[in-house]
Design a protein around this ligand. Structure first.
Ligand SMILES: [Zn+2]
Length: 483
């Protein structure tokens, strides 16, 4: 027993030393992060998947759940699909092509108005273009996203790779997209409706009925032009799942995605250079940060997530009110009525970090546009970090575990140095100096440092935000520290 304690103590001491010395090294030079970044690159080059960040806490459904998914639309057939879904009081997920969305903007709006989910299926579905280079895939995702933003103000987080990821994706594809905050969605049941041209409805139904059922079944179907037989088969498919006791729901970031295993890509690609890797990671991070800043508010995000999970447990049709409550896909559009004007809060704000509470008095923080703005120094120091104020340059250097972030007030930028990345610069429009302290949006500040918001309560009596902290320590080591 004693022996065990000594071992544990020695281990802690060694770890402490390691963390501390690494921190110093890191502060002195950024080679450290370059090294870690290089390790990731080497792994990806060997086609091994590397997690790009924290995965959200997935919600598992107790009742068997089927996620109906329709790819390649919208088309002139989509309104018929929407009618059938509406008649059954259920919801589905549409992975749309940018090209088709452009041709059927009203259908996109109708899909959302009916309470369904929309995912990104690239712009033109041309395999050779999409899988010859990640650059093309990325460009098509962005292009489609922009089209959907223009039509309906949404920027979908869910992506389905045309043809699925297996033998199309390599580890780099996964890494870049996940690093940018996207979720990749394959399927675990194929209706076979695109096995060849004109598969008859009876065969589609038969394929579904003889397929293995999963507790959470993600069913692949198509609503692109030429798939009228799928529309014909749909009522029978819905009846089948109802009979089996399934509820229907839409995919979201909260649903653990089905992803095929990583195979050897069948496409010839020129090797990814380390410089290209770093550029793409930077690009991905920019998209992720833009999303953080775009929605960047706690309440909006909560809505954003609830938007994503529509479950139709009781098969009752949605009420008409649901339509206007559908938040935009990235949560960036706050719903009318939820946008509050700047107000002086009187209630204190409690930020809870791993059981410890940081209290901000009513006059210490701001709450407007559904976002909390808190004094950075107090936040960081309470989290165990250090802030050095540079008065000449009106900037603050935050040291938090392995991460160093330099907040530059005049430029409204943040320079972030952390393991695995080269220095990144973020535009951070919303920082202001108040009573000698920089006020920063709570969520963005926390997420920049690798922590995350896990809970959020705001009502007439209470303002509370819960944070999961990693103390600026890389995930792997954080796990060890918990021992
Ligand atoms: Zn497709």
């Amino acid at each position: 027993m004693q022996h065990k304690i000594v071992v544990v103590l020695l281990f802690c001491l060694a770890l402490q030393f390691f963390c501390y010395s690494s921190l110093i090294v890191h502060a002195a030079e950024s080679d450290d992060s370059e090294g870690a970044s290089h390790d990731i690159y080497e792994q990806l080059k060997r086609n091994l998947r590397v997690d790009a960040g924290d995965k959200p806490a997935y919600e598992t459904e107790e009742q068997p759940t089927v996620y109906l998914t329709f790819d390649d639309g919208p088309s002139k057939l989509t309104p018929e699909v929407l009618d059938i879904l509406k008649q059954n009081g259920i919801h589905a997920t549409f992975f749309v092509l940018g090209e088709e969305a452009k041709a059927y903007p009203d259908t996109i709006k109708q899909i959302l108005a009916d309470g369904h989910q929309i995912g990104n299926h690239t712009y033109n579905h041309v395999y050779k273009e999409l899988y010859s280079s990640f650059g093309t895939f990325w460009e098509q995702v962005q292009r489609t996203e922009q089209i959907l933003d223009d039509i309906a103000g949404i920027r979908p987080q869910l992506i389905r790779a045309p043809g699925g990821t297996y033998t199309n994706f390599d580890a780099f594809y996964y890494y870049y997209l996940e690093d940018a905050g996207y979720t990749l969605e394959d399927w675990n049941m194929d209706s076979g409706d695109s096995a060849r041209v004109g598969v008859p409805a009876s065969e589609i139904v038969a394929t579904v009925e003889k397929s293995t059922l999963h507790n959470e079944t993600v069913l692949l179907m198509h609503d692109g032009s030429g798939h009228s037989q799928t529309v014909k088969a749909l009522p029978e498919i819905i009846r089948y799942f109802k009979e089996k006791g399934y509820q229907f729901a839409t995919l979201s970031e909260k649903v653990q995605p089905v992803q095929f295993r990583l195979g050897t890509p069948k496409w010839k690609r020129s090797g990814e250079s380390f410089a290209a890797f770093q550029d793409r990671v930077g690009q991905a991070e920019e998209v992720r940060m833009a999303k953080l800043e775009g929605d960047g508010n706690e309440a909006g995000d909560e809505q954003n997530q609830s938007r994503s999970s529509v479950t139709d447990a009781t098969y009752t049709p949605m009420q008409s009110g649901d339509v206007t409550e559908m938040p935009a896909s990235d949560g960036k559009a706050l719903q009318p009525g939820t946008v509050s004007t700047a107000s002086q809060p009187e209630l204190p704000l409690t930020v809870e970090v791993e059981g410890k509470q940081i209290a901000f008095a009513g006059n210490e923080y701001e709450f407007h546009d559904n976002r909390f703005f808190v004094p950075m120094r107090k936040l960081i120091e309470s989290l165990g970090g250090r802030v050095d104020w540079d008065d000449a340059n009106k900037s603050a250097e935050v040291h938090y575990g392995y991460t160093t972030a330099r907040y530059e007030l005049p430029q409204h930028t943040i320079r972030l140095q952390a393991p695995c990345i080269k220095e990144r610069i973020y535009r951070f429009a919303e920082m202001s100096l108040r009573n000698g302290s920089i006020l920063v949006p709570l969520r963005s500040a926390v997420e920049l440092l690798g922590d995350s918001i896990k809970s959020y309560t705001i009502n007439d009596k209470e303002r509370q935000v819960g944070i999961t902290a990693r103390n600026g320590i890389p995930l792997l080591m954080y796990g060890i520290r918990q021992v």
